[in-house]
Write a new protein. Sequence first.
Length: 367
Amino acid sequence: MLRKFKKRAAKLFVSLLLFLPLLNVASAGSDNLSYDVLSQQFIQAPADFLVPSSKKLYSFCLAKQILEKIESKKTELNSTIKITPEILSGVQSKKGILLGADKEISVKELLRALIFLQAPEANKIALHWLETLSGKKEEQPKAPEPDEKINGKSLLEDVGFIIRNLPKEVGQITDQTVEIQGKNFPSSIRISHSEKSDLLFILDNSSEVALGAAIVASRLRENNLRIVLCLVHDSDSNALLPEIAQALVNSVNHFETAKVFSEGKPVTVIPIVDGDQQNIALAPKQDVFITVSSDELKKQKTPKVEMIIERKELIKAPVTTNEPLARINIRLGDRVLKTVPLYAVADVAEKKSKLSDIYKTFKQIIE
């Protein structure tokens, strides 16, 4: 999905002019949280950011759990889910997405209904299906109560996970229509296209919260994509749209994101003791991005990001690709921006000794 966005990245850049009529109208009861999807760093991050529970935004939490089930091979996109009258009991939806009892919906279609439509019947089906799939009571998801507060940081992390891992078969987050059970439905995500940016909004006036995303090109490096998420809570629902727009503009214009390491690309080589090879290369398991404020870069006379690798002095074979063998601290000045685990790019078996070969031969003879 991100590759498709990158093709358009050179054309994308947030335009302040688009939102000049909306800015500077934040109310006294507002608060906001910002998150960079690629670096997975919070930009604007109050210590405790709790917002009223939102059925619309809860759809993303459920979608994230389904994507994790797919990732762990517990289900597939084309698997089907049976819809029963009990599941949809008490659900009222204006969208008419799911056709009721004795129907089936694929996991792929359920993800579309959750992400693009935030349909209440999709929430009910997803909750019931995830409960059935998990089996264990302690692992079963629970819908938030109407007066319950939810963790804003966790919500943005869930949405970021979806954007990074959304299968192309499900769609792109900027799609304006989706197909479910042979019908096309308009996306509930409000999109503002311009020559230089894609801005996305989800407003939940009843819960006094808004979620926004900006897809733009980085000013630091050519062809680098930026995806910023913002969450706003305001007791004045009329202020949600202008506030989420201003939060996105501020986050994009005052922070920069750059890619520093590529998935699977070696960054260092370490010696291995008693291995069938003397050295092994280490690499991160995913692309690594960092986000830095523009003001912080300006304060540095010669902005320099340092990479400091930490590892054990002796690493003995056998070694697998699933075990972190070192970590790299990414620093700007005195501040650690991020710590990234490093893994072997290949397994290293234990070196066979002649004595062990003699022992095995002797054992076979006496047996």
